[in-house]
Ligand binder design. Sequence first.
Ligand SMILES: C[S@@+](CC[C@H](N)C(=O)[O-])C[C@H]1O[C@@H](n2cnc3c(N)ncnc32)[C@H](O)[C@@H]1O
Length: 273
Amino acid sequence: MNDFEPGTVWLVGAGPGDPDLLTRKAERLIRAADVIFHDALVGRGILHLALRRTRLVSVGKRSGRHSKEQKTIDALIVEAALSGKRVVRLKGGDPAIFARAAEEMAACRAHGVAVRICPGVTAASAAAADLGVSLTLRGMARRLTFVTAHVRAGQEPDLDWRALADPQATLAIYMGKAAAPDVSAGLMAAGLPGDTPVALAESASLPERRTLMTRLDLLPLAAQAGLGDGPALILVGAALKPEVLAEPAPANLRALSVSASDHTSLYRCASGG
Ligand SMILES: C[S@@+](CC[C@H](N)C(=O)[O-])C[C@H]1O[C@@H](n2cnc3c(N)ncnc32)[C@H](O)[C@@H]1O
């Protein structure tokens, strides 16, 4: 199938990290690319799929460590396409979720460069899979909200806590690790109970992944004590309730059982019990 002409750009979703979660189309585009501009969160296992002739350019962005300005990235992509290259812009997760896809597509279109999106598995889906939970739940979680709590250093997240504090919703909070205390305080002030279930998933889908079950009032403590340096997602809502997981956990979910006991000790520690 020739859907990758020279001089065109594909924004490709690399998924949450596990190369097995890459789509077949993403792999085909990666192998056809002349140049790949990739994010920091795209792992080696995925970059190894590129052919040796393909130029790999890191335009990595990690929290607090922006290696290139967005405008520079836009210009690099456009320039490569205008010079006749097949360009892949490889992004963690799904390119259309908190990934600056709109800016990059606008830059391409402004220069007459054809640009398309190849979707990927977003971090919230990978986190739910690692935790063994459903993000929606009949009668209990009818709404799923993706929100970013990313803020510049020294600022608080500018979020509408009232709109987000919906007991019938699951909240998937991207880039929220540093903002965990604000998330907890903001949602509780807007009416969500302190015992609302919360799950933390770090490096979802990867061998080094960590999962942690806690509750909204303990979220700051859990995020501080339970997470490392990897990318992490916060899930909030009744769908994550431990009793929803009444079935015995399959063997591959033992990490969650360990995490659940971490939660108990975190809870006891915080409540003096
Ligand atoms: C700039 S956003 C990109 C989101 C991405 N486009 C997606 O659809 O997953 C980066 C944030 O996604 C989340 N994230 C990405 N990969 C993750 C992973 N493997 N495990 C947990 N969270 C992840 C983290 O909240 C991280 O700070």
